[in-house]
Write a protein that binds this ligand. Structure first.
Ligand SMILES: [Zn+2]
Length: 431
Protein backbone atom coordinates (compact mmCIF):
# COMPACT_ATOMS: atom_id res chain seq x y z
CA UNK A 1 0.00 0.00 0.00
CA UNK A 2 2.74 2.36 1.05
CA UNK A 3 4.89 1.80 -2.01
CA UNK A 4 1.87 2.27 -4.27
CA UNK A 5 1.07 5.58 -2.63
CA UNK A 6 4.69 6.62 -2.87
CA UNK A 7 4.65 5.59 -6.51
CA UNK A 8 1.58 7.74 -7.14
CA UNK A 9 3.25 10.72 -5.47
CA UNK A 10 6.39 10.11 -7.51
CA UNK A 11 4.44 9.90 -10.74
CA UNK A 12 2.48 13.02 -9.89
CA UNK A 13 5.75 14.79 -9.21
CA UNK A 14 7.30 13.68 -12.50
CA UNK A 15 4.10 14.59 -14.32
CA UNK A 16 4.09 18.07 -12.78
CA UNK A 17 7.71 18.50 -13.87
CA UNK A 18 6.65 17.50 -17.37
CA UNK A 19 3.86 20.05 -17.17
CA UNK A 20 6.34 22.76 -16.24
CA UNK A 21 8.53 21.78 -19.20
CA UNK A 22 5.56 21.74 -21.56
CA UNK A 23 4.06 24.97 -20.22
CA UNK A 24 7.36 26.89 -20.24
CA UNK A 25 7.62 27.35 -24.02
CA UNK A 26 3.83 27.68 -24.30
CA UNK A 27 4.05 30.74 -22.05
CA UNK A 28 6.73 32.28 -24.26
CA UNK A 29 4.69 31.63 -27.40
CA UNK A 30 1.58 33.04 -25.84
CA UNK A 31 2.64 36.39 -24.41
CA UNK A 32 0.12 38.58 -22.68
CA UNK A 33 -1.68 35.75 -20.98
CA UNK A 34 -3.11 36.29 -17.54
CA UNK A 35 -0.64 35.64 -14.76
CA UNK A 36 -2.92 37.02 -12.04
CA UNK A 37 -6.77 36.79 -11.79
CA UNK A 38 -7.50 39.50 -14.36
CA UNK A 39 -11.09 40.57 -15.10
CA UNK A 40 -11.51 41.43 -18.77
CA UNK A 41 -14.14 43.82 -20.11
CA UNK A 42 -14.47 43.67 -23.88
CA UNK A 43 -14.26 47.18 -25.32
CA UNK A 44 -13.12 46.00 -28.75
CA UNK A 45 -9.64 46.55 -30.20
CA UNK A 46 -7.48 49.66 -29.81
CA UNK A 47 -8.58 52.16 -32.46
CA UNK A 48 -5.98 52.24 -35.28
CA UNK A 49 -4.96 55.83 -34.38
CA UNK A 50 -4.39 54.81 -30.74
CA UNK A 51 -2.12 51.89 -31.63
CA UNK A 52 0.57 54.39 -32.65
CA UNK A 53 0.43 56.21 -29.31
CA UNK A 54 3.02 55.80 -26.53
CA UNK A 55 2.43 53.78 -23.38
CA UNK A 56 2.17 55.06 -19.81
CA UNK A 57 2.70 52.86 -16.75
CA UNK A 58 1.62 54.71 -13.59
CA UNK A 59 2.77 53.15 -10.31
CA UNK A 60 1.62 54.21 -6.86
CA UNK A 61 3.73 53.43 -3.81
CA UNK A 62 1.32 54.03 -0.94
CA UNK A 63 2.76 56.25 1.81
CA UNK A 64 6.16 56.63 0.09
CA UNK A 65 7.31 59.94 1.60
CA UNK A 66 9.12 62.36 -0.74
CA UNK A 67 12.50 61.83 0.98
CA UNK A 68 12.42 58.02 1.35
CA UNK A 69 14.37 57.24 -1.84
CA UNK A 70 17.27 59.46 -0.75
CA UNK A 71 17.09 58.58 2.93
CA UNK A 72 16.86 54.81 2.56
CA UNK A 73 19.00 54.36 -0.57
CA UNK A 74 16.34 53.43 -3.13
CA UNK A 75 18.89 53.26 -5.94
CA UNK A 76 16.46 52.27 -8.70
CA UNK A 77 14.21 55.26 -8.01
CA UNK A 78 17.25 57.51 -7.90
CA UNK A 79 18.31 56.10 -11.26
CA UNK A 80 14.83 56.85 -12.59
CA UNK A 81 15.25 60.45 -11.39
CA UNK A 82 18.60 60.70 -13.17
CA UNK A 83 17.21 59.58 -16.51
CA UNK A 84 13.91 61.43 -16.14
CA UNK A 85 12.05 63.90 -13.95
CA UNK A 86 11.69 64.09 -10.19
CA UNK A 87 10.45 66.42 -7.46
CA UNK A 88 13.24 66.49 -4.83
CA UNK A 89 11.10 68.55 -2.44
CA UNK A 90 8.10 66.34 -3.08
CA UNK A 91 4.67 66.41 -4.63
CA UNK A 92 1.90 68.08 -2.63
CA UNK A 93 -1.02 65.78 -1.78
CA UNK A 94 -4.59 67.03 -1.82
CA UNK A 95 -6.19 67.61 1.57
CA UNK A 96 -6.76 65.38 3.47
CA UNK A 97 -3.47 63.58 2.79
CA UNK A 98 -4.99 60.09 2.87
CA UNK A 99 -5.03 57.21 0.41
CA UNK A 100 -8.39 57.07 -1.36
CA UNK A 101 -8.90 60.81 -1.98
CA UNK A 102 -5.36 61.20 -3.32
CA UNK A 103 -5.36 58.16 -5.58
CA UNK A 104 -8.51 59.53 -7.13
CA UNK A 105 -7.09 63.08 -7.41
CA UNK A 106 -4.09 61.70 -9.33
CA UNK A 107 -6.24 59.87 -11.90
CA UNK A 108 -9.07 62.45 -12.21
CA UNK A 109 -7.17 65.76 -11.90
CA UNK A 110 -9.80 66.85 -9.36
CA UNK A 111 -9.52 67.89 -5.73
CA UNK A 112 -11.40 65.59 -3.32
CA UNK A 113 -14.21 68.14 -2.89
CA UNK A 114 -14.88 67.73 -6.62
CA UNK A 115 -14.38 63.97 -7.15
CA UNK A 116 -16.37 63.36 -4.00
CA UNK A 117 -14.13 60.96 -2.05
CA UNK A 118 -13.31 63.44 0.72
CA UNK A 119 -11.82 60.86 3.13
CA UNK A 120 -11.19 57.09 3.29
CA UNK A 121 -14.54 56.80 5.00
CA UNK A 122 -17.17 59.47 5.42
CA UNK A 123 -20.88 60.21 5.70
CA UNK A 124 -22.99 61.91 3.07
CA UNK A 125 -25.57 64.14 4.79
CA UNK A 126 -27.57 64.46 1.54
CA UNK A 127 -27.71 60.72 0.73
CA UNK A 128 -27.84 59.98 4.47
CA UNK A 129 -25.48 57.10 3.83
CA UNK A 130 -21.97 56.12 4.84
CA UNK A 131 -19.43 55.54 2.11
CA UNK A 132 -17.64 52.21 2.21
CA UNK A 133 -15.10 51.03 -0.34
CA UNK A 134 -16.53 47.52 -0.19
CA UNK A 135 -19.56 48.63 -2.23
CA UNK A 136 -17.51 49.63 -5.28
CA UNK A 137 -20.47 51.83 -6.05
CA UNK A 138 -19.53 54.31 -8.79
CA UNK A 139 -22.35 56.69 -7.85
CA UNK A 140 -20.10 58.07 -5.08
CA UNK A 141 -17.52 59.25 -7.63
CA UNK A 142 -17.33 62.33 -9.86
CA UNK A 143 -14.79 62.95 -12.61
CA UNK A 144 -13.40 60.78 -15.39
CA UNK A 145 -10.45 58.57 -14.39
CA UNK A 146 -7.63 58.32 -16.93
CA UNK A 147 -8.58 54.73 -17.73
CA UNK A 148 -12.14 55.78 -18.60
CA UNK A 149 -10.84 58.79 -20.58
CA UNK A 150 -8.64 56.40 -22.60
CA UNK A 151 -11.33 53.76 -23.16
CA UNK A 152 -13.83 56.43 -24.32
CA UNK A 153 -11.38 57.48 -27.04
CA UNK A 154 -10.74 53.95 -28.27
CA UNK A 155 -7.58 53.34 -26.25
CA UNK A 156 -7.35 50.23 -24.10
CA UNK A 157 -6.41 50.60 -20.40
CA UNK A 158 -5.51 48.22 -17.57
CA UNK A 159 -5.42 48.56 -13.78
CA UNK A 160 -3.41 46.25 -11.56
CA UNK A 161 -5.11 47.84 -8.57
CA UNK A 162 -5.87 51.53 -8.09
CA UNK A 163 -8.44 53.02 -5.82
CA UNK A 164 -11.63 53.29 -7.92
CA UNK A 165 -10.59 50.80 -10.59
CA UNK A 166 -13.14 48.22 -9.42
CA UNK A 167 -16.06 50.65 -9.67
CA UNK A 168 -17.95 51.68 -12.76
CA UNK A 169 -17.20 55.40 -12.86
CA UNK A 170 -19.11 57.71 -15.21
CA UNK A 171 -20.32 54.52 -16.89
CA UNK A 172 -16.79 53.31 -17.70
CA UNK A 173 -14.35 50.60 -16.68
CA UNK A 174 -10.82 49.62 -17.77
CA UNK A 175 -10.50 46.74 -20.26
CA UNK A 176 -8.48 44.82 -17.68
CA UNK A 177 -8.59 45.05 -13.88
CA UNK A 178 -8.35 42.93 -10.74
CA UNK A 179 -10.12 42.62 -7.43
CA UNK A 180 -7.86 44.07 -4.76
CA UNK A 181 -5.85 41.33 -3.04
CA UNK A 182 -2.79 42.52 -1.18
CA UNK A 183 -1.50 38.94 -1.03
CA UNK A 184 -0.67 38.88 -4.75
CA UNK A 185 3.15 39.01 -4.67
CA UNK A 186 4.98 42.00 -6.16
CA UNK A 187 6.71 39.85 -8.78
CA UNK A 188 3.40 38.56 -10.09
CA UNK A 189 2.16 42.13 -10.40
CA UNK A 190 5.20 43.06 -12.45
CA UNK A 191 4.95 39.93 -14.61
CA UNK A 192 1.35 40.87 -15.41
CA UNK A 193 2.29 44.43 -16.45
CA UNK A 194 4.93 43.01 -18.80
CA UNK A 195 2.47 40.39 -20.13
CA UNK A 196 -0.10 43.12 -20.88
CA UNK A 197 2.54 45.02 -22.83
CA UNK A 198 3.23 41.87 -24.87
CA UNK A 199 -0.37 41.49 -26.01
CA UNK A 200 -1.03 41.93 -29.73
CA UNK A 201 -1.23 45.67 -30.41
CA UNK A 202 -4.98 45.72 -30.93
CA UNK A 203 -5.52 44.43 -27.36
CA UNK A 204 -2.45 45.95 -25.69
CA UNK A 205 -3.28 48.55 -23.01
CA UNK A 206 -1.62 51.97 -23.44
CA UNK A 207 -2.45 53.21 -19.96
CA UNK A 208 -1.63 50.87 -17.08
CA UNK A 209 -1.78 51.42 -13.31
CA UNK A 210 -0.01 49.43 -10.62
CA UNK A 211 -0.15 49.72 -6.83
CA UNK A 212 2.13 48.66 -3.97
CA UNK A 213 0.87 49.12 -0.39
CA UNK A 214 3.65 47.74 1.82
CA UNK A 215 5.56 50.96 2.55
CA UNK A 216 2.42 52.59 3.98
CA UNK A 217 1.70 49.50 6.04
CA UNK A 218 5.15 49.47 7.68
CA UNK A 219 5.10 53.26 8.05
CA UNK A 220 1.92 53.02 10.16
CA UNK A 221 3.02 50.04 12.21
CA UNK A 222 6.61 51.01 12.95
CA UNK A 223 6.85 54.70 12.01
CA UNK A 224 8.59 56.42 9.09
CA UNK A 225 12.01 56.37 10.80
CA UNK A 226 12.00 52.61 11.52
CA UNK A 227 14.31 49.96 10.01
CA UNK A 228 11.17 48.05 8.94
CA UNK A 229 10.02 50.98 6.80
CA UNK A 230 13.53 51.39 5.39
CA UNK A 231 13.50 47.70 4.44
CA UNK A 232 10.06 48.01 2.82
CA UNK A 233 11.37 50.97 0.78
CA UNK A 234 14.32 48.94 -0.47
CA UNK A 235 12.11 45.99 -1.28
CA UNK A 236 9.66 48.00 -3.37
CA UNK A 237 12.63 49.78 -5.00
CA UNK A 238 13.93 46.40 -6.16
CA UNK A 239 10.54 45.70 -7.74
CA UNK A 240 10.65 49.08 -9.52
CA UNK A 241 14.15 48.26 -10.74
CA UNK A 242 13.02 44.91 -12.08
CA UNK A 243 10.03 46.42 -13.86
CA UNK A 244 12.09 49.29 -15.32
CA UNK A 245 14.57 46.73 -16.69
CA UNK A 246 11.80 44.59 -18.21
CA UNK A 247 10.22 47.66 -19.82
CA UNK A 248 13.46 48.66 -21.56
CA UNK A 249 13.56 45.20 -23.18
CA UNK A 250 10.22 45.82 -24.89
CA UNK A 251 10.24 47.47 -28.32
CA UNK A 252 7.75 50.12 -27.17
CA UNK A 253 7.80 53.81 -26.21
CA UNK A 254 6.90 53.52 -22.52
CA UNK A 255 6.85 56.37 -20.01
CA UNK A 256 7.09 55.10 -16.45
CA UNK A 257 5.60 57.22 -13.65
CA UNK A 258 6.24 56.32 -10.02
CA UNK A 259 4.26 58.44 -7.58
CA UNK A 260 2.82 58.22 -4.09
CA UNK A 261 -0.37 59.43 -2.53
CA UNK A 262 1.06 61.06 0.62
CA UNK A 263 3.92 60.92 3.11
CA UNK A 264 4.11 59.71 6.73
CA UNK A 265 4.75 61.41 10.08
CA UNK A 266 5.63 60.03 13.52
CA UNK A 267 2.52 60.37 15.67
CA UNK A 268 2.87 62.34 18.91
CA UNK A 269 0.82 61.64 22.03
CA UNK A 270 -2.33 59.66 22.67
CA UNK A 271 -5.80 59.92 21.14
CA UNK A 272 -7.55 63.27 21.27
CA UNK A 273 -11.30 62.78 21.54
CA UNK A 274 -13.25 65.79 20.30
CA UNK A 275 -16.27 64.91 22.44
CA UNK A 276 -14.19 65.90 25.46
CA UNK A 277 -14.39 69.53 24.28
CA UNK A 278 -17.74 69.73 22.51
CA UNK A 279 -21.25 68.33 22.70
CA UNK A 280 -21.41 66.01 19.68
CA UNK A 281 -24.69 64.31 20.58
CA UNK A 282 -26.42 65.97 17.59
CA UNK A 283 -23.80 64.79 15.12
CA UNK A 284 -23.10 61.86 12.84
CA UNK A 285 -19.35 61.30 12.96
CA UNK A 286 -16.72 59.43 10.95
CA UNK A 287 -13.19 59.54 12.35
CA UNK A 288 -12.69 63.23 13.07
CA UNK A 289 -15.37 64.34 10.57
CA UNK A 290 -18.47 65.92 12.13
CA UNK A 291 -21.91 66.03 10.49
CA UNK A 292 -24.43 68.18 12.38
CA UNK A 293 -28.09 67.25 12.37
CA UNK A 294 -28.96 70.94 12.75
CA UNK A 295 -27.25 74.26 12.02
CA UNK A 296 -27.32 75.40 15.64
CA UNK A 297 -25.49 72.20 16.67
CA UNK A 298 -22.75 73.00 14.10
CA UNK A 299 -22.30 76.55 15.41
CA UNK A 300 -22.33 75.43 19.06
CA UNK A 301 -19.70 72.75 18.47
CA UNK A 302 -17.59 75.24 16.51
CA UNK A 303 -17.67 77.69 19.42
CA UNK A 304 -16.81 74.91 21.89
CA UNK A 305 -13.90 73.58 19.83
CA UNK A 306 -12.49 77.00 18.91
CA UNK A 307 -9.40 77.63 21.01
CA UNK A 308 -10.08 74.51 23.09
CA UNK A 309 -6.69 72.94 22.37
CA UNK A 310 -3.40 73.86 20.72
CA UNK A 311 -3.45 70.41 19.05
CA UNK A 312 -6.09 71.36 16.49
CA UNK A 313 -7.79 74.19 14.62
CA UNK A 314 -11.49 74.32 13.81
CA UNK A 315 -13.31 76.08 10.96
CA UNK A 316 -16.87 76.40 9.81
CA UNK A 317 -16.83 74.79 6.37
CA UNK A 318 -17.71 78.08 4.64
CA UNK A 319 -14.60 79.68 6.20
CA UNK A 320 -12.19 76.79 5.55
CA UNK A 321 -8.79 77.89 4.11
CA UNK A 322 -9.53 78.18 0.35
CA UNK A 323 -6.09 76.89 -0.72
CA UNK A 324 -6.99 73.47 0.72
CA UNK A 325 -9.98 73.18 -1.69
CA UNK A 326 -12.14 71.47 0.90
CA UNK A 327 -15.12 73.78 1.47
CA UNK A 328 -17.47 72.82 -1.37
CA UNK A 329 -18.63 69.35 -0.38
CA UNK A 330 -21.03 68.61 2.53
CA UNK A 331 -19.31 65.22 2.88
CA UNK A 332 -16.44 67.12 4.58
CA UNK A 333 -18.78 67.91 7.49
CA UNK A 334 -19.17 71.16 9.43
CA UNK A 335 -17.32 72.34 11.43
CA UNK A 336 -14.04 70.87 10.15
CA UNK A 337 -11.22 70.07 12.57
CA UNK A 338 -7.62 70.21 11.30
CA UNK A 339 -4.77 68.76 13.35
CA UNK A 340 -2.09 71.32 14.20
CA UNK A 341 0.60 68.63 14.19
CA UNK A 342 1.01 64.85 13.90
CA UNK A 343 -1.74 64.08 16.39
CA UNK A 344 -4.35 61.33 16.50
CA UNK A 345 -7.74 63.05 16.52
CA UNK A 346 -11.18 61.46 16.47
CA UNK A 347 -14.71 62.42 17.43
CA UNK A 348 -15.25 59.64 19.98
CA UNK A 349 -13.42 56.75 21.60
CA UNK A 350 -14.78 53.35 20.44
CA UNK A 351 -18.10 52.54 22.08
CA UNK A 352 -16.68 49.26 23.30
CA UNK A 353 -13.49 49.83 25.31
CA UNK A 354 -12.14 46.43 24.19
CA UNK A 355 -11.95 47.91 20.66
CA UNK A 356 -9.55 50.58 21.91
CA UNK A 357 -6.07 50.51 20.38
CA UNK A 358 -3.23 52.99 20.80
CA UNK A 359 -2.73 55.38 17.87
CA UNK A 360 -0.50 54.06 15.06
CA UNK A 361 3.24 54.86 15.29
CA UNK A 362 3.06 56.64 11.96
CA UNK A 363 0.18 58.46 10.31
CA UNK A 364 -0.84 60.91 7.61
CA UNK A 365 -3.91 62.89 6.62
CA UNK A 366 -2.48 66.16 7.95
CA UNK A 367 -2.44 69.60 6.37
CA UNK A 368 0.32 69.35 3.73
CA UNK A 369 0.94 73.11 3.73
CA UNK A 370 2.88 73.17 6.96
CA UNK A 371 4.10 69.60 7.24
CA UNK A 372 6.88 68.45 4.89
CA UNK A 373 6.38 64.86 6.10
CA UNK A 374 3.05 64.75 4.21
CA UNK A 375 4.76 65.33 0.86
CA UNK A 376 4.53 62.53 -1.68
CA UNK A 377 6.99 61.22 -4.29
CA UNK A 378 7.12 61.89 -8.01
CA UNK A 379 9.37 60.22 -10.59
CA UNK A 380 8.87 59.92 -14.34
CA UNK A 381 11.14 58.62 -17.08
CA UNK A 382 10.78 57.51 -20.68
CA UNK A 383 10.97 58.80 -24.24
CA UNK A 384 8.54 61.67 -23.58
CA UNK A 385 10.29 62.92 -20.43
CA UNK A 386 13.36 65.15 -20.43
CA UNK A 387 16.30 63.51 -18.69
CA UNK A 388 17.56 64.81 -15.35
CA UNK A 389 14.93 67.50 -14.89
CA UNK A 390 13.69 68.47 -11.43
CA UNK A 391 10.47 70.25 -10.60
CA UNK A 392 9.45 72.43 -7.65
CA UNK A 393 6.72 71.03 -5.35
CA UNK A 394 3.40 70.85 -7.20
CA UNK A 395 -0.11 69.60 -6.46
CA UNK A 396 -0.94 66.05 -7.55
CA UNK A 397 -4.02 67.12 -9.57
CA UNK A 398 -1.56 68.29 -12.25
CA UNK A 399 -0.49 64.76 -13.22
CA UNK A 400 -3.77 64.09 -15.06
CA UNK A 401 -3.43 66.67 -17.86
CA UNK A 402 0.23 65.66 -18.32
CA UNK A 403 -0.57 61.97 -18.87
CA UNK A 404 -3.52 62.88 -21.11
CA UNK A 405 -1.12 65.01 -23.18
CA UNK A 406 1.43 62.19 -23.52
CA UNK A 407 -1.30 59.75 -24.60
CA UNK A 408 -2.86 62.33 -26.93
CA UNK A 409 -6.22 62.14 -25.12
CA UNK A 410 -8.62 65.07 -25.11
CA UNK A 411 -9.80 65.98 -21.65
CA UNK A 412 -12.36 68.40 -20.31
CA UNK A 413 -11.64 71.01 -17.62
CA UNK A 414 -10.16 69.67 -14.38
CA UNK A 415 -8.55 71.28 -11.32
CA UNK A 416 -5.06 70.40 -12.60
CA UNK A 417 -3.26 72.44 -15.26
CA UNK A 418 -0.94 71.12 -17.96
CA UNK A 419 1.24 74.25 -17.62
CA UNK A 420 2.52 73.10 -14.23
CA UNK A 421 4.42 70.04 -15.53
CA UNK A 422 4.60 70.67 -19.28
CA UNK A 423 8.25 71.68 -19.03
CA UNK A 424 9.29 68.09 -18.19
CA UNK A 425 8.07 66.86 -21.58
CA UNK A 426 10.32 66.26 -24.54
CA UNK A 427 9.17 68.08 -27.66
CA UNK A 428 8.24 64.75 -29.23
CA UNK A 429 5.21 64.46 -26.94
CA UNK A 430 1.93 65.93 -28.02
CA UNK A 431 0.88 63.88 -31.02
ZN1 LIG B 1 -1.87 54.92 5.22
Amino acid sequence: MRTTLLEIIKRAFVFSLLLIVVRGPALAQNPGQNIAPVITVDHGPNAPAQQKKPYVVLISLDGFRYDYAQRYGATNLQALAARGASAPQGMIPSYPSVTFPNHLSIVTGLYPEHHGIVANSFYDPVRKQRYTIADNDGSWFRGIPLWVLAERQGMRAACFFWFGSEAEIDGGRPSYYLKFDEKIPDNKRIDQIVAWLQLPEDRRPHFITLYFGSVDHFGHEFGPESPQTAEAVRHVDESIGRLAKELTKLPLAIDLFVVSDHGMATVEGDWINLDRYADLSDFETSGSLLYPKREDAAEKAYQQLKGASDKFMVYRRSAFPPELHYDRNPRAGDPIVVAAGPYAIRAHAPRNSSDEKPPPKGNHGYDPRGMMAMRASFYAAGPDIRPGVTVAPFENVNIYPLIAKILGLRNGPVDGDLKVLESILNVRAGN
